[in-house]
Write a protein that binds this ligand. Structure first.
Ligand SMILES: [Zn+2]
Length: 352
């Protein structure tokens, strides 16, 4: 076994900080998902364990304030917009469900006290995104796409709030089941091809949901999903998003996290997995989808999150191990355990 290449922590830290500083001006063409980029960059600093001691109080305050500036209230309740562009262009302050999930986690990483959050408004917004077939749209009343990303975000928000009363959980579960394919994976929508990302979203949603009348997955279904996921790892150690495609670091997260949730993480090669991620490091900072490619915030965060789940399982005697050590990670909600604990103790309404 070759020694694991070192994790270049300081260049990845500089990369994420630089991307956050540049955000207000130069990322105009990706404005529609600016909140997601903020999440990936702050999340990268959180995973690297440098958010509290290698950023200033002023920086953290300005990031929290920027996120709260995207908080919008309307007839459909309250949530977060993707960025400032959306309101000036459309004339509406429409919250977006995926951006609301990423905003809540980012604020939790920044240890916000959530005193500005309207919990009832948030529940009303989540409910307004649910469609009659159980799926969720990304904006209220059937607006935008209605694939599993929105459903997963809705379930994550209800889980963080500890309140599922505003949505129809069983019809949502039936929608997830309708996206299942014969391979044991899940597609974006019913009768779509199985894909690693949506398979994670489906499996995580089924495990976030409160217990139902019967198990969310039968023993046979579990085994088939596990088999499909385990076989998504190819000889390089990386995961493919679809059968027959090239491995990609973000699928190391989607597939690796789904296997963690299914308690089947011991069935893949964690060393080759981490070695693939190590090879995706870009020399000037950040991580890429594959070795030799340029880095981006999305692949940087997801590949470090993947490493956070598998690297600590490596043989302690392996050279380079120490640099790959991470704080415990929550595969269901996609953040460090201590960040999730903060969210769970500050987001829900206090009940006396
Ligand atoms: Zn990717």
């Amino acid at each position: 076994m070759n020694p694991l290449p070192p994790l270049a922590r300081s260049v990845h830290t500089a990369y994420a900080k630089n991307a956050l500083v540049r955000l207000p001006g130069s990322l105009g063409n990706v404005d529609a998902s600016r909140m997601a980029i903020v999440f990936y960059c702050i999340g990268t600093l959180d995973l690297l364990g440098v958010l509290q001691d290698q950023t200033t109080e002023m920086e953290r305050l300005s990031w929290r304030n920027w996120i709260w500036e995207q908080y919008a209230a309307g007839r459909y309740g309250t949530g977060f917009k993707p960025g400032p562009f959306m309101s000036t262009n459309s004339g509406h302050d429409t919250p977006h469900i995926i951006m609301t999930y990423t905003a809540l986690l980012s604020l939790s990483m920044l240890r916000d006290d959530f005193s500005r959050l309207n919990r009832q408004g948030l529940l009303r917004f989540v409910a307004s995104c649910q469609n009659s077939n159980g799926s969720f749209s990304n904006t209220p009343n059937g607006g935008g796409d209605s694939d599993l990303r929105n459903l997963y975000s809705a379930f994550s928000i209800c889980s963080l709030l500890g309140d599922w009363s505003s949505i129809d959980v069983e019809s949502a579960i039936a929608f997830v089941a309708s996206c299942r394919t014969y391979e044991g994976g899940y597609g974006q929508l019913p009768s779509c091809e199985a894909q690693g990302g949506t398979t994670y979203l489906a499996i995580a949603a089924l495990h976030l949901a409160p217990p139902g009348p019967r198990p969310r997955l039968s023993t046979a279904e579990r085994a088939r999903s596990e088999h499909w996921l385990v076989h998504s790892q190819d000889a390089s150690g990386g995961f493919r998003g679809r059968t027959g495609k090239a491995p990609d670091a973000c699928y190391c997260f989607w597939g690796g996290a789904a296997l963690q949730i299914l308690s089947a993480h011991d069935k893949i090669n964690a060393y080759a997995f981490t070695e693939f991620i190590a090879a995706c490091q870009f020399p000037y900072g950040g991580l890429a989808k594959a070795p030799g490619q340029p880095s981006d915030p999305h692949h940087t965060y997801l590949s470090l999150a993947a490493a956070a789940m598998y690297a600590p399982r490596l043989d302690m005697s392996a050279r380079g191990y120490g640099q790959w050590d991470f704080a415990p990670f929550n595969p269901l909600l996609n953040a460090r355990e201590d960040t999730i604990r903060w969210a769970r103790s500050h987001i829900p309404a206090r009940r006396f």
